[in-house]
Design a protein around this ligand. Structure first.
Ligand SMILES: C[S@@+](CC[C@H](N)C(=O)[O-])C[C@H]1O[C@@H](n2cnc3c(N)ncnc32)[C@H](O)[C@@H]1O
Length: 441
């Protein structure tokens, strides 16, 4: 019988292969496959999958050097296994002998016994010939991003693109959002200290605590009863920004899984009435579950926010959060598969969807109301360009460029329209925000 370590490597190779060759999303494949290993091995499985995809281009460059000829398509899982093996040797503290032995054995577990010798030879040659010391062959291998994305970052962020690429390859910290309607940050920190869980605060984002080490949510005191949620601190800027405009009737137009809806309700309490809509039927339940856990409720609708005639009751909203579907280029460190799955041609298509959502939702906003546009993209085409096009076409819209709180100034880059948090700034995800006000007639 294969050892647990061998099994983890074989399953990691299958998951990486499903992303690399099957175009599937990493989160989805992990969720369906991680039950195949024991709970104790799940963090190793995740580490191997995330790390291997994070360094995809570098690892594939090395595989190209190690193989005399590429593996056949039907053996793509062995290419993935080699990448998992090289990742362990180059970027983890797993002892080399264990990494090699269990990765070689995993080839047998994957029913490719004839290729086990090849895997062994490649991994040993990698160690012997110091392949990792040779300079990267090209920009993709140097930065572990596809060229189209490197080019877009360089164009949009001429002074920051290298820092962005480096930050995207870091591991993201885990951020908590303390539920201010149930406890205080100071009190919750005390509970964490008693559980020997170390955190740091970020004073500019008052509800946020950053864990020194990621934890399972079950380990967080009071998670099950909604005292705390997991949410990046950059995403936590949305609720306070919108609530600063004192809206009562609020629409969260792209709400699943309900992170920002939950924060709005924790802060707004009974003073707000929230409608949360999302077009993804499979994700609608996650809004319900997240709100139930924190003891709050909203009107939840499964629908297309841009087809307002299908769900809108005709009563204007005085606050709208449009957390638009986007390239997610600000959260690559959390989702390294984005680098493999996105195409440059997606960006114009996404900008059209973002524009269509803005156009459709604007008539639902009451005069004097605020529409907060947000994305987790760092590309100008999905952010300031979308806003610019919209503002140019709508005389009744103006951008309110005053930040809701001066303390967040250091986190933000002012753009031609709106503000950008770059990934890695103070440990945050990349996020974009712009606040549109509807002029009174
Ligand atoms: C960035 S996520 C939202 C995250 C959410 N605001 C949170 O904080 O938890 C974008 C969401 O938009 C939804 N979506 C995409 N197109 C939509 C549309 N036309 N109408 C409504 N929801 C849409 C997606 O299903 C996805 O759940």
């Amino acid at each position: 019988m294969a050892s647990a370590g061998t099994k983890v490597r074989a399953i990691a190779a299958e998951i990486v292969n499903a992303v690399q060759s099957g175009g599937q999303s990493l989160d989805a494949v992990i969720v369906t496959n991680e039950k195949r290993v024991s709970p104790n091995d799940r963090s190793l499985l995740r580490m191997l999958c995330y790390g291997t995809l994070r360094y995809h281009w570098q690892l594939q460059g090395w595989i190209g050097k190690l193989l005399d000829r590429p593996l056949k398509r039907k053996d793509s899982v062995i290419n993935a296994l080699l990448a998992v093996g090289l990742y362990q040797l180059s970027d983890t503290r797993i002892p080399d002998h264990a990494a090699v032995a269990q990765t070689v054995e995993a080839a047998r577990q994957l029913r490719r016994p004839k290729l086990a010798g090849l895997v062994n030879a490649c991994l040993r040659r990698f160690q012997r010939d110091a392949i990792a010391a040779s300079p990267p062959a090209d920009e993709e291998a140097r930065w572990n991003h596809p060229q189209w994305l490197i080019d877009m970052f360089r164009r949009d962020w001429p002074d920051d693109w290298e820092g962005i690429l480096a930050a995207n390859n870091d591991r993201a910290p885990m951020w908590l959002r303390v539920n201010g309607s149930r406890t205080t940050v100071a009190e919750y920190r005390e509970r964490l200290a008693q559980a020997e869980i170390a955190v740091e605060a970020l004073p500019a984002v008052p509800d946020a605590l950053r864990l020194s080490e990621p934890r399972l949510v079950d380990e967080l005191p009071g998670f099950d009863v909604g005292d705390v949620s997991v949410q990046d601190a950059a995403a936590q800027l949305a609720a306070r920004w919108l609530l600063g405009k004192k809206p009562r009737r609020i629409l969260d137009a792209c709400a699943a899984p309900g992170g920002k809806s939950g924060h709005l309700l924790e802060l707004g309490g009974d003073g707000i009435a929230l409608t949360a809509i999302d077009s993804d039927a499979a994700r609608i339940d996650s809004i319900e579950q997240n709100l139930t856990r924190i003891g709050r409720s909203a009107t939840i609708i499964n629908g297309d926010a841009s087809k307002t005639q299908e769900w809108w009751d005709g009563a204007l909203f005085d606050g709208i959060l449009l957390d638009a579907p986007c390239s997610a280029t600000g959260v690559i460190r959390r989702h390294p598969d984005i680098k493999l799955l996105r195409r440059g041609s997606d960006i114009d298509r996404l900008a059209e969807r973002q524009n269509a959502l803005l156009e459709a939702l604007w008539p639902l906003l009451a005069p004097g109301g605020c529409l907060l546009y947000a994305t987790c993209s760092i590309l100008a085409a999905e952010n300031e360009a979308v806003l610019d096009r919209f503002l140019t076409g709508h005389e009744d819209a103006l951008e309110d460029d005053v930040l809701p709180n001066n303390n967040i100034r250091d986190l933000m880059r002012r753009r031609a329209r709106g503000y950008q948090v770059l990934p890695g700034t103070a440990g945050l995800d990349g996020f974009y925000y712009a606040c549109l006000i509807k002029k009174s007639p």
